[in-house]
Design a protein around this ligand. Sequence first.
Ligand code: ME8
Length: 493
Amino acid sequence: MSRPYFVTTPIYYANAEPHIGHTYTTVVADTLVRWHRQRGDDAWSVSGTDEHGEKLVEAAAKAGQTPELFTERMSAAFQHVWAELGIAPSRFVRTTEPAHRRNVQAILQRVHAAGWIEAREYEGLYCVGCERFLTERDMENGLCRDHERAPELRRESNYFFLMSREFGWLRGEIESGRYEIRPERYRNEALAMLRDESGLGDLSISRPKSRLAWGIELPFDREHVCYVWFDALISYLTGAGFPDDPAFAQRWANAEHLIGKDILKPHAIFWPIMLKAMGMEPPRRLSVHGYWNVDDRKVSKSLGNMVSPLAMRERYGFETFRWFLLREMSYGLDSNFTEEALVERVNADLANNVGNLVSRTLNLVEKFCDGALPPLDASVARGLEEALVAAQDSIESAMAQLQPQQALAAIVVFASEVNRFLDATKPWKLAKLPSGLNEATKILGVAGRAVAALAELLAPFLPEASARIEAKLAAAPITRGEPLFPRVELRKE
Ligand code: ME8
């Protein structure tokens, strides 16, 4: 029986082009899906675009378009970029699509009928960037910490989701690991939020239509639209096939959300309680990563340092960029991106090590074995078999802990071992000795199998390069051909 696995990325705000941060989360999700599929698991993934709320209305107005056309265009841009990069989520959810709207309304209706929603007057400081009222702790010097803009004083009649009822229950779910939040520091952060409830409270889940018409109407009060976060989180259910896809329950029971640390609170606190109110289980797991900075500065539109994945593909090749993202960031911690570091890293790992191993092996097989991979000789293979098992074990445990950078480090170690094996045995010299060809052939049989194993190890991380290695090994005759990873040079503009 294949085991189900379900992973989500955030659904990204459709107000900007995809940048390095979105690309990272999406690449990790894609890697996890490929990793699970390679193991025979039944993996399903969801990504999408978050298209309602004031932020979108502001962005559309700035672009001189209606919210409908603007979000259509921006969502298409996200879908286009992922397709260009060879990343295909099983389901891409737009929060403006009818299936999603139906789910949000049905859920609001259900939760309202079950007594979880109450109308109240509310006054507070609202940040349009966050799309929520701020608490003291969200601000510094009167500005929103995240958006560095002044919040507005607002008084509204709002519907509240009575979230605070369940903080005690939620603490238990997180503490027991029933809702697993990793790495540890974010679990602690979520528990700290729950300990100090002054930063929480009930959740306003409506906006009067008189002020914001761009959203999903509350089914029990058509004068209000649904708060964008309440709407957005439900996209995970829509993406999993809620309510009537036969695979939905299986998927949901194995759900893992990948997010950046910026959106810990809605995922750690709002979401499990929303699910409880619907009579559903919390997700299995929330895996939180840190921020990418670029040239040691926060990624921001105003600094123009958003790092477009398509521009990186143009300059260095996409899998080169993908390798750097996966190899450089320790999942959970912040990382810094510079093109200088990318160039240095990929030349060391890919051009000089992995790529070089593939080239020299194919070249030797072409030269001394007439381009046909010799049979495997177990006695020669022994040392490398151990190295392969060690690499597989390291990758297995790295992926279980969601530390892709450690998995890639293990691949680099394995490629180095095979390179050292060739350096030590020197088949190119042996082959020229009067009786050495037989021994050289055995060595190349082993090196060829090691390269095939390397392609398999690489498959979830660099699918295109992996497929290219496999195609080269399957060719008759085998030839050295073009280098897999040519050295890259800094092409910063
Ligand atoms: O928050 N470093 O959408 P969003 C690392 N629509 N990751 C980053 C990043 C950075 N500098 N910048 C963005 C939203 N990300 C909501 C989500 S989900 C129900 C609704 C990634 O477009 C990271 O995954 O602002 C982060 O959590 C997400 O993009 C935020 O994307």
